[in-house]
Each structure stands twice: as structure tokens, then as C-alpha cells.
Design a protein around this ligand. Structure first.
Ligand code: 5CA
Ligand code: ZN
Length: 422
């Protein structure tokens, strides 16, 4: 499917530094690869059954900073994002409201595109829907079955359409020696989190309670597709991301990203599937996860309904760049709670930046550029970058240093590196 229109990316002098990210698996800061190596990034996209809320936006703006810092450092970035345009929560929401599931997915994906455009998020190079990826999934699951990494589970009564003999297909987690080494959870905790996040530990006929679904055969009232030797059905969630990442990024995903709610089971499972597909023990170099955004005391989530939508803030008159500044004022890995006063403060900050950067002369901005680059290279420390810009703006508004063109360099710095157009 198509992504969205790319915002302009102004040129900056020289180039940025090597970016370090905190790797969730290692629990430590780790260098990304140097210029010369292709930069491959996979970020888990939305399940389009409700519009973009600030939690989603926080995740995509965080990885947008990574893309910007990498490009500034001269890396050749290949960025892939998926859309989970068929899955249980989407089908359940469509069934509840009586809306056609395809129309729901299309309309919410379109709203996401317009939100990302408003927030000046650079689009992925490949934006791929789960439905589009079905042939890849079928091929991978057929191979996993043939190689003994997956197995069939008999269907409940009435499932399977015309061909109930073929079962659903599950991955065998015990076939992967490295399963569990991503999230480092105790077995009991793995079971709990699995059950809370789309897993089915109690499904009769599975070999292991944690085995994840790869292919779900036809069910009454659910869409299904040709599954070749698997029989008609639809893809599981984790295999979708593994297949899309492998197809578009090749054997090594340098960074796999998403919100922290995806550490387990989603990223544990999808990396395990990637090991099965590639035969490589470490198909993901770094796992990076954003914190959770809350509202009114709880994690912002579609299922709880405590959403602050980007589109509603903008429709209510908020400047999208102020919304972006709200997000950037928190470190991407921190958990935080949105309040309306955050937006007011961000609007005031934006006003000060605009005033300072519209002048023709101001304080030398080359040190500002270096400070913003250094902040981003250090685990995408946007709050530190905003602090450096604020310091420059304070001096500028106080009438300091009349260097011709300095405000223009400051403007290009915040646009290219922070995605804030002033
Ligand atoms: N389609 C899957 C990933 S393959 C999915 O998780 N979709 S989602 O719509 O539920 O979430 C999209 C992205 O937003 C994920 O990276 C998720 O981790 C992140 N996210 C969801 N809720 C929040 C929140 N409250 N705060 C921060 N990030 C969030
Ligand atoms: Zn995913």
C-alpha cells in the first residue's frame, strides 16, 4: 500500500555522529552500525481500527528521530512499517459496529497517513499491509511445517469451511533454542503476558502453551484467503511482521522498533520466526522500544477508550508542530501521562522558537547544531535537544550575537533533525 508524502528535509553542513540506542534485549546502550552499512529499520505499524492516538504518535515520532539522525550521519536508510489490516481486534470492532472490516481498516489507515503527514514524520520506504503479505506468510509457514518448526492443531467443530481436515498451524517454540532470550521473562510471566496480548495458552491440541498461531483456518463470519497447502485461512500476527521484515529488509534487521507493549510476546515471537525463516541466530541487531503514554491514569489504549487523538487535537486548533513538541519533550523510552497543559506549554515554546528563528541575524547556531546532533546520537535524547534549542532561543530573543544567517541554520537544524518546522 502507499505510505504518505515525505516532508522536505533541509540540508545541514557536515554530518551527524554514530547513533547509539538502548537495546532492550541487552538492557544497555549499543552502537548502531557506521555509515557505509545499510541501515535497516522495521517499526511495527498500527492495527487500524481506531485513529492515531498520542501513544502511537509517540512511537512513530521516536523512530522518525532515528531515521533523521541516521540520514544526517550519511546512512542509507531502508525503513519498513506494516499495517495489521486483518487481525482479531479489527474484526471484533467491525463486528461490534456493523462496519465492513475493510472499510474500517482503510479509513483508519488513511487517517493515520494524514496524522503522520501533519506531524512531519518521514514515511517508510515500504508500507505493507498484512493482507498484502499473505502469500509471503503462506510460503514461510509451509516451509516451517516441512522443517518441523510448526505443526497443525485440529480445528474446533464447524471451522475450516469446505476442508476441515487441515488444522490451524502453530509454531513450536521448543524448536527454537533461543526462544525467550529477547524479553528474559520468567515462564509464568510469559504465560500471563501472552494471554493478555492476543495469545491462546489454553487452546486444546497445542504442544506448548506459548506456541503462537501462524495460520488460522477459515471461521464462520471471518475473511479468509487462499493458503495453498495450508488450506484457506488468515495469517497470525507475529509471522506477518517477520515475513514483511524479511522480504523488504533482507537477512538482517538492524533495528526492530515499537512501543514497549510489544517486547513480549510480539517481538520475541517475530524474532523467533525470523530465526526460522533465515536460519540466522541473530536476525535482529537491536531491539528498541518506546515508553507508554497514559491519559487519565491509564495507558492510552483503544481497548480502554482513553484516547487523545492527534486528529482531534489538530481539528480543535492545535498546531501539529506543538503536538510534535509535546512528544519530543519526553524521552522516547519514558512513560508519561498527557495533560492539556502540555499542549499549552508546547505552543508557547513553538512561539518563542518561531520568533527567534524568523530574524535575519542571531547567535551562532553551529554549536546548537552540534548539541542537537550529540543529543540524538545519545539514544535519541529529544528533551536534551529541546533544551539546547531553548538555550539558543533565549540568547537570540535577548538580542545576543548578530551572526548573519544564524537563525536560518537554527531553523534548518530543528526541521531536519527534530522534524519541527517553525
Ligand atoms: N499492529 C500492531 C503491531 S504489528 C500494533 O501493536 N498496533 S497498535 O495499533 O496497537 O500499536 C501501534 C504502535 O503504537 C505499536 O508500536 C505500539 O507499541 C504503540 N502503542 C500503542 N499504544 C501505545 C501507548 N499508549 N503509548 C505508546 N505507544 C503505544
Ligand atoms: Zn509488528
Amino acid at each position: 500500500m502507499h505510505a504518505w508524502t515525505a516532508p522536505d528535509l533541509p540540508d545541514l553542513p557536515d554530518g551527524g555522529a554514530l547513533v547509539h540506542l538502548r537495546d532492550t534485549t541487552a538492557g544497555a546502550l549499543a552502537p548502531t552500525r557506521p555509515a557505509g552499512e545499510p541501515a535497516t529499520l522495521y517499526v511495527c505499524g498500527i492495527t487500524p481500527y481506531d485513529a492515531t492516538h498520542l501513544g502511537h504518535a509517540n512511537t512513530y515520532v521516536a523512530f522518525d528521530l532515528l531515521v533523521r539522525a541516521w540520514r544526517d550521519a550519511g546512512r542509507d536508510v531502508r525503513y519498513v512499517q506494516n499495517v495489521t489490516d486483518v487481525d482479531d481486534p479489527l474484526l471484533e470492532r467491525a463486528a461490534e459496529t456493523g462496519e465492513d472490516w475493510r472499510r474500517l481498516a482503510e479509513s483508519q489507515t488513511e487517517l493515520f497517513r494524514s496524522d503522520m503527514t501533519a506531524l512531519r514524520v518521514l514515511p517508510p520506504d515500504h508500507y505493507v499491509g498484512a493482507v498484502e503479505a499473505i502469500p509471503l506468510v503462506v510460503e514461510a509457514v509451509e516451509r516451517m511445517l516441512a522443517e518441523g518448526q510448526a505443526y497443525r492443531v485440529p480445528l474446533p467443530e464447524g471451522a475450516g469451511g469446505d476442508d476441515p481436515g487441515l488444522g490451524d498451524v502453530y509454531a513450536d517454540v521448543t524448536a527454537d533454542q533461543l526462544f525467550g532470550t529477547g524479553a528474559h521473562l520468567e515462564p509464568a510471566r510469559m504465560l500471563e503476558v501472552f494471554a493478555e496480548n492476543g495469545g491462546d495458552p489454553d487452546r486444546a491440541g497445542k504442544r506448548h502453551a506459548l506456541d503462537p498461531l501462524l495460520w488460522r483456518r477459515t471461521r464462520e463470519g471471518e475473511p479468509d484467503w487462499d493458503g495453498g497447502s495450508l488450506g484457506r485461512g488468515r495469517p497470525g500476527w507475529h509471522i506477518e511482521c517477520a515475513c514483511i521484515a524479511h522480504r523488504h529488509l533482507g537477512p538482517l534487521v538492524e533495528v526492530q522498533g515499537g512501543g514497549r507493549d510489544l517486547v513480549f510476546p510480539h517481538h520475541e515471537m517475530s524474532e523467533s520466526h525470523l530465526r526460522a525463516i533465515t536460519g540466522q541466530p541473530a536476525p535482529v541487531l537491536l531491539h528498541a522500544h518506546g515508553g507508554m503514554v497514559a491519559y487519565r491514569g491509564e495507558k492510552m489504549s483503544k481497548s480502554l477508550g482513553n484516547l487523545v487523538l492527534v486528529s482531534e487535537l489538530v481539528a480543535g486548533g492545535a498546531d501539529p508542530m506543538a503536538v510534535r513538541l509535546v512528544l519530543l519533550s519526553h524521552h522516547y523510552r519514558d512513560d508519561w501521562e498527557y495533560t492539556d497543559s502540555d499542549l499549552v506549554a508546547a505552543g508557547e515554546r513553538l512561539g518563542r522558537w518561531r520568533a527567534a528563528m524568523s530574524a535575519s541575524a542571531g547567535p551562532d547556531a553551529s554549536r546548537l547544531l552540534a548539541a542537537v546532533r550529540a543529543a540524538l546520537a545519545d539514544d535519541l535524547d529529544a528533551p536534551a535537544a529541546l533544551g539546547a534549542v531553548d538555550a539558543w532561543v533565549d540568547v537570540a530573543l535577548a538580542g545576543g550575537d548578530g551572526v548573519d544567517g544564524a537563525p536560518d541554520l537554527a531553523r534548518r537544524t530543528v526541521d531536519a533533525l527534530l522534524g519541527v518546522a517553525v
